[in-house]
Structures are given as structure tokens and as C-alpha cells.
Design a protein around this ligand. Sequence first.
Ligand code: ADP
Ligand code: MG
Length: 298
Amino acid sequence: MAPLSVTKSFRDLNRLDFRILSVIEILMAKHEFVPIEEIIRFMKYTEKKIQLSLKRLKKMNLVFIVQRHYLGTALTFIGYDALALKALVEKNVLAQLGPEIGAGKESNVHLGMADDGKEFLIKFHRLGKLDFRATRKSRTFIAEKRHLSPLYESRLSAEREHKALKALYTKGVSVPEPIVQNRHLVTMRIIHGQDLFRIRRSDFGSEEEIAILFQNIIQEVKKCVQHGYIHGDLSEYNIRLNEENYPVLIDWPQYVNTEELHAVEILTRDCQNILNFFERKFLVKIHYDMSEIIQILD
Ligand SMILES: Nc1ncnc2c1ncn2[C@@H]1O[C@H](COP(=O)(O)OP(=O)(O)O)[C@@H](O)[C@H]1O
Ligand SMILES: [Mg+2]
């Protein structure tokens, strides 16, 4: 997936193109594939202009065009990217999209630049695969089944992540400072430093320094629990160390609330992952009594 092509798209897209993308987005609440006829009815432009624009959008991979018992269209992830990035530009959050600086299982992470030249991070949530060939002809797309749409799921995921970051950052937990969220995009401050999984023994002096890092991580996890949040996917891949080697907990869409059914198991697994990482990486035995953190749940 290459949202970078969006910057090129931006130059090539006109007002009508963007209007059509947003009309498709609106009508996708009702249809898996929006009948092109309905777009024509919805808009004040001539059919010919709309057809030409759709052709261009398809060529740029911003929409799918599919022949069902009617001719239909739907946004691709790149089309959804274009709408979300445009919204960030209009909110004066984004001036320029920068290169990709990270990718996880379910996201692409890019640099973004604001009007004042300040850099920040844009995380594009990408849940599920958009492949119109895989969807069966007969499937009807009703409101209750919106969760079937990868675009919608990606938006929910971004909303959850933004919500957690906002709550935790406000409470003083060590997480990236969130900026804004739009559709499937979350923007936040960059944590300069490195991912925990990349650290080496030589990054530390004494064994004591390693023990302190472990304690700092547990300390932050505890603060989350005190505010009702459990990360749910904590590991060396979702912790960054800032330039002072202090841990910052990232990647929050799958968080669970402390009152949820499996809170104890999930919190135990999160802490165990960290414990295992330290023991494996540094060949040290960490003595940590997990019950200390679990009891906060009671
Ligand atoms: N605030 C940030 N500052 C710097 N790098 C980040 C930040 N957030 C994420 N990253 C980088 O992007 C990668 C993917 O982000 P993450 O939120 O973990 O998404 P995923 O769900 O795809 O794993 C991280 O492993 C990290 O290297
Ligand atoms: Mg991650």
C-alpha cells in the first residue's frame, strides 16, 4: 500500500474528483458498491463529467469500478487516504506528507509536516483487505453489517487508538501526544529514539540500568491500569525508548478496559511478554511478582 501516491494524486485531482470521492464515501454507508446512477442523481454535474472523473479516479486506483447487476463503485484505501489527508490539510494540521518511517501488521506510518515546518507522525490504520472480487454477488450490505467493511473497521481502530492516547496522555502516562484523528488516520508527536526490540546490551552500562528500564515499563503499565486501560498487545515491538531511554507505550487500538471479562489474563500476558523479552535479550533473571500489578484490578 502506497499512500505516497496520494501526494501525486493531490496535484492531479480537481474539485469534482474530490466531490465524487466524498459522495461515494457517504453512499457507502448504504451500499457495498455505490450504483453510479445514484451518484449521477446525487450531483449537479452532467453524467459525462461524472463518468470522466470516475475513469480518472479508477486509473489512479482511488476507486474500484465493478459490474454487478448495476455498475457500481467503491473507495479503495488510497481513495480513503486522499479524503482523510485532504481533511487534515483543510484543518491546517498537514502541509506535506513525508516518507514512510515504519510499518506494522495493520498500519503504515508516515512523517507529516505542518505549516510551521514541525514534523509529526501519521499512522494509517489498515484493517483487512479490500478485494471486491472476493465478495459474493448476492451479499447485501446493510447498516448492521458495516463491520464487514475494511474502511469502516480501520476508522474504528483509529478512533479507539486516538481515544486511548488522549485519555492516557492527559493523565500523564508515557504515550505519544495525540494531535488529531480523521477517518482511519491518527496523528501524534514523534518519539525520537528507538523501538525496544532494537536495543542491545551495549546500550546499557550496568545490569542495574536494565533493571531500571524494566521497572519503568512496569510503572507505566501500572499507571494505565490505574486509569482503566490495559494495552492488550504489549511487547518489545510496541514500546519505544525516547532519547533518555525512558519507555513510551505505543500502538493502542486493541486496548481493553480494566472491567472487561479477561482483564486479568490480558494484563498478565502483557507483563509476561515484557518479562520474557528482558530475560531472553539480556540473559538476566528478573524477579518480579506479577500479583503486585494484578491486584490493582480488584
Ligand atoms: N509516535 C511514534 N514515534 C516514532 N515512531 C513511531 C511512533 N508510533 C509508531 N512508530 C513506529 O511505527 C511502527 C508501527 O507503529 P504501531 O503503532 O506499532 O503500528 P502497528 O499496529 O502497525 O504495529 C512502530 O513499531 C514504530 O517503529
Ligand atoms: Mg505495533
